[in-house]
Design a protein around this ligand. Sequence first.
Ligand code: MEV
Length: 339
Amino acid sequence: MGIVRNLCVLCASTFVESLDPSEMPGTASKAFGKIILFGEHAVVYGQPAIAIPVTEVQANVTVRALPGRNGNEIHIVARDIGIDGWWKELPSNSPLAATFALIKNHFKLDHLPAMEVNISSTIPLAAGMGSGAAITTAVFRAVTSFLGLKLDNTQLSGLVFEIERLYHGHPSGIDNTVIAQERPVYFIKGHPFKLISVGRQMIFLIAVSSKASRTIEVVEEVKNHLQRSPERIRSILESIGEITRHAKDLLSEGDTEGLGRLMDQNQVLLQELGVSSNELDDLITAARMSGAKGAKLSGAGKGGNIIALCDEPHERKIRAALADAGAVSVIKTILKVCA
Ligand code: MEV
């Protein structure tokens, strides 16, 4: 074992059935968090969005065999989210239970070998940083590698999207895409994503507010606004799309001044959409007043986090101002130059 195989689905089932649990080595995998730089909400309605991986936070999953146990006996330990039990005891619509069912169905396996799966994560929960998608991605990676099977990033992203639907209703697909690819992406729902080039290293500070962001509810609110005031909301969403298209070029050029201004403009539109909050606005003001080049909420809003584009001389001051303005934690992420 130890060899990861790119097998056809039918061969995968024969291969997995031939495995001897007492000889299956344990595996470990991870997946990074993510943050949306531009285009949240508008992306649900066909406009582009830009997201980057946040490598400073991650979900980690280890898998080890449980020899002597029967097939499908999967012990799941995810203490961060209060789970310590067997797969079949979880409600079948829980995202974790559905993840194992999807692995089994995707590879057309009669059963999954008995295993213990340990899940931990440093990604803040319900903060717009893709914690659910990252956990699912890391589980897929660790379990398929344990089974000696392989998924490419595009297949992986597609499978994680199925589980994202259980978390978020009608997600755009941007979270699973950026988390599987681990590169900055330019994403339009229903189209192949594009990798983005970055012309200059950039420092971002992400301030997590004390209030959770409930993506499914906030996305529903925007949908209701759109039904009530179609022209006004559509025009806001189109303006966000315009900003995102421009931001893609400025990222390639490494124009941090211009990007900061676009973040501020995107925030005005998110406020008009009704997805900001006093708490998020206070964090954004604190970042700008202490030298950020631009700042906006990120993710669904009404809670969750804000992101500020910084430079090194101002970083400490901005971090302190964010803490004073109520940030529960401040995460620094560096966007590296890439072609
Ligand atoms: C949530 O992280 C981003 C939203 O645009 C929803 C989505 O893209 O599915 C609000």
